[in-house]
Design a protein around this ligand. Sequence first.
Ligand SMILES: NC(=O)c1ccc[n+]([C@@H]2O[C@H](COP(=O)([O-])OP(=O)(O)OC[C@H]3O[C@@H](n4cnc5c(N)ncnc54)[C@H](O)[C@@H]3O)[C@@H](O)[C@H]2O)c1
Length: 388
Amino acid sequence: MTENADPAFSQGHTEDQPTIITVGEGNGQGGQNLGYDVVVGRGLLSRLPEMVGTQAERVLVIHPRALRATGDVVREDLENHGYQAVVAEIPDAEEGKHIQVAAFCWQVLGQNDFTRSDAIVSVGGGAVTDVAGFVAATWLRGVRVVHMPTTLLGMVDAAVGGKTGINTAEGKNLVGSFHQPAGVLADLDTLITLPRNELVAGLAEVVKCGFIADEEILNIIEAAPDQAQNPHSWQVRDLIERAIRVKAEVVGQDALESGVRESLNYGHTLGHAIELAERYQWRHGAAISVGMVFAAELGRSLGRIDDATADRHRDVLTSLGLPVTYRDDRWNQLLEGIRRDKKNRGDTLRFVLLNGIGRPATVEIPDASILYSTYQEIAEPASPVISL
Ligand SMILES: NC(=O)c1ccc[n+]([C@@H]2O[C@H](COP(=O)([O-])OP(=O)(O)OC[C@H]3O[C@@H](n4cnc5c(N)ncnc54)[C@H](O)[C@@H]3O)[C@@H](O)[C@H]2O)c1
C-alpha cells in the first residue's frame, strides 16, 4: 500500500490536496487486478477521465433515481471529454440489487454496442457499487469499472475490495463475483446531502477498522464524536482515509477472502444474524454495531481482551448514537443465523475476536452455550425496539 500521505493533513491542518491510497500491488490472487487508486478529497470529478482511461470510447453511468442530478453531471463531464456516455438509472438502494436490474443494464450495454474496452462508472451508495460491479464483471466476461461512492459506507467499504453482488429471493448477496475496480473516487462533498443516519451507519464500519487495525480511529472519535458525524470536518476525512487504508491493506494481502480478509468480518457474525432477523429493515451498520459489542463480550468471557477494551466498544459506539443491545426474545432465531455464517466449518462455529486492539483472530467456538450466556450481556427487554 502506498499513499501520498500529508502528515499535516492527518492532524486536520489542510484539506486541499486529494489523498491517494493504492490498493495492493499489481496482480493479486485469482487474477484479481490490484494496484488501483482510491482518491479521497473534494471536487474530484476532473480525475474521472484519467481513471476511465483512453481505451474506452463508451461509458455507462449507473446511478439510482435519488442521485439523478449527480449522475447527469458525471455523464456531461464524460461527454465533454469525448466519451459517448450513456446513463442507466436504476431503482434505489436494495431494490437496485436485483437480477432484473442487472439484465436492464446488460440490455443498455448491448443496445449501445459496448465492447470489452469500454467502461462502466457507478455513482451511488454500496447498493449501486455492488450491482454496477456485478454488471461490469459479467459484461463480455469483465469490463473496466470506476466507482464514485456517495455514501460513507460506500467509500470505506463497498467500493474498495472488488466484491460485487446482487440479492435473490433466498437472501442478500448470494450471487456475485470478485471484480476489482480500475479506480475509486471518494468525493467528500457528496456526503453533505447524505442523511445523518446513513452517515452514522457507515461509521460503524470505521469503528470496526479502529478495533481491528488502527486505534487512532477510536481516539479521533472519542475526542469529538460530534465532529466524526460532520461531513465538513477534518475528522470525517481522516476517519474515511484511515478506514480505507485498513481495508486496502487487508484486501492487498487477500483479495479473494481466503485468509486475513476474514478480519473485516469483526462484528458481522451476529450482525448478519440480526439483519436476517429484522428482514433487512435495520441498517447494516446498526446491526454490526451490536455484533461488535457481542464479539467484545465474547472476547472478554474467553479472557482474550480486558474489561477496558470490552467497555470501549460500548462507549465509542454509543457516542455515535449506534445501538449496542438487541431484544432478548430472539436468541434462537439469531443462533440459526449465526449457524449459517460463511466462516463456519461443518458444525464448528467461528467468530472473529480480538486478542487486543489491532489483533483480530478467527476463533472456533466448540460450545454454543457460551454464546447464549454472552448474549445476556447485550440483551434487553423486547420492546420497544428502536432501529437506527
Ligand atoms: N461489496 C462490498 O464489499 C460491500 C461492503 C459493504 C456493503 N455492501 C453493500 O452496500 C449496500 C449498502 O450500502 P449503503 O449503506 O451505501 O446503502 P445504499 O446504497 O442503499 O444507499 C443508502 C441510501 O442513501 C441514498 N444516497 C446515497 N448517496 C447519497 C447522497 N450522497 N446523498 C443523499 N442520499 C444518498 C441512496 O439513494 C439510498 O437511499 C448493501 O447492499 C451492502 O450489501 C457491499
